[in-house]
Design a binder for this molecule. Structure first.
Ligand code: FAD
Ligand code: EPU
Length: 338
């Protein structure tokens, strides 16, 4: 088993934070995972399961074992005339998977184009974008239970998906390693989702009148490339906070005081655009040292070069405090702070 020591995590997190791991291992199979947890390789050490590192912020060195998921493979496990179930190993790159499915003519993932990270992480926060969430295509997943060494199968109800939320982020946190995900995709006759305002607008601008899955992917990529910083150029982890969901009563009170408030209906009330709140609080484009707030998307904190995780986290706290002071709305981080 290849356990390395004192490994820089800079290239393993999209914030580009130069933290280091005391121990580091690439996990290529279930057998390797089992050996780590069953054969005392951990021996009381802290550990962290890492995918693509696009939703973590390291606030210091990690004094334990980082297990980077590297298991690969895709397999059609069920096929009907109009749909199929694709099993994907956790270490597969998410956007390469989306591109491949669209090329095969399989529908369902196209709205989730260009989200960084791995397939195995997609259920953790029920990734979502442009009107679609993972739960809409989710069939099941397999997860290794750390305590027993058993592999358990989770169906949609077991995962308790919510907005940027799942069982694995709450009660199941740190108990399991997701080893594969099964996705239900359409063949031939796709029900494309163009309900998200910015997406329908972009489709029109690109001249796509009856868009198929290829066109949706192109439009989503175009929007994302305009709005979101590319981590290869500017370190970031996407939205730093979730969009807060408030009651209708709170929404009405806020709207009265701030007529420009941007909000969308949600099952539990109204979802406020955190980017708008942060921009109104004066943070858009702010920079202190190398830690900053993105100039085009205030919900994204960025590393202009050599910011430390502590500096980014401190900026996040200052943004949260100022939004609370101005709007009495509590922002909750989406990024996993480690
Ligand atoms: P990591 O950052 O490696 O891990 C995230 C968390 O999951 C950690 O707590 C880790 O311990 C745990 N974990 C990872 N893999 C496993 C596993 N196999 N088993 C158990 N636990 C595991 N997210 C969206 O939902 N929608 C977006 O539109 C979106 N846009 C983004 C744009 C940019 C530019 C960036 C940088 C990020 C964006 N994100 C978005 C956030 C991020 O891409 C997703 O959350 C992604 O699913 C994280 O995957 P990852 O493999 O990089 O996870
Ligand atoms: N807005 C501002 N100022 C800003 C940013 C946004 O006023 O600086 C307002 C605008 O009115 C805009 C609205 O907020 O129309 C919504 O912005 P956007 O469409 O960019 O989406 P978002 O709510 O900021 C969410 C997700 C993204 C996802 C997009 C598209 C969360 C926390 N973020 O962002 O996910 O890609 O919608 O669906 O839900 C992520 O999770 O990391 C992520 C990038």
């Amino acid at each position: 088993m290849g356990i390395l020591e004192h490994v820089s995590l800079k290239k393993y997190n999209t914030f580009g934070i130069d933290a280091s791991a005391r121990f580091f291992m690439e996990v290529r199979s279930l057998e390797e995972l089992r050996r780590v947890f069953m054969e005392k390789a951990l021996a009381g050490k802290r550990h962290l399961v890492l995918g693509g590192g696009s939703n973590v912020l390291f606030t210091g060195d990690f004094d334990g074992l980082v297990l980077r998921m590297c298991n690969k493979g895709k397999q059609v496990v069920e096929r009907k005339t109009d749909s199929l179930v694709l099993k994907v190993e956790a270490g597969e790159d998410w956007d390469a998977l989306v591109a491949w499915c669209v090329d095969q003519g399989w529908g369902g993932l196209e709205n989730l184009s260009l989200i960084p990270g791995q397939a195995g992480t997609s259920p953790m926060q029920n990734i979502g974008a442009y009107g679609v969430e993972l739960k809409d295509v989710f069939h099941s997943l397999e997860a290794f239970e750390k305590k027993t060494g058993q592999v358990r199968v989770f169906g949609p109800a077991d995962c308790r998906f919510g907005y940027r939320d799942s069982y694995f982020k709450r009660e199941g946190r740190d108990l399991f390693v997701i080893t594969s995900v099964c996705l239900k995709l359409s063949i031939g006759l796709h029900r494309v989702n163009t309900s998200y305002g910015a997406l329908s607008h972009e489709l029109k601008a690109l001249g796509f009148e009856n868009p198929g899955i290829q066109e949706i992917r192109k439009a989503v990529m175009a929007i994302r490339q305009k709005k979101l910083p590319d981590p290869a150029i500017l370190g970031n982890a996407g939205s730093f906070f979730k969009n807060p969901v408030v009651s209708l009563e709170t929404f009405r009170r806020l709207q009265k005081a701030h007529p420009g408030l941007v909000a969308f209906p949600d099952q539990a009330g109204m979802k406020l655009a955190a980017g708008w709140l942060i921009e109104q609080a004066g943070w858009k484009g702010y920079r202190k040292g190398d830690a900053g707030v993105h100039e085009h998307q205030a919900l994204v904190l960025v590393n202009h070069g050599n910011a430390t995780g502590e500096e980014i986290a401190a900026l996040g706290m200052a943004v949260k405090a100022s939004v609370f002071e101005q709007f009495a709305v509590e922002l909750e981080p989406e990024v996993n702070i480690i």
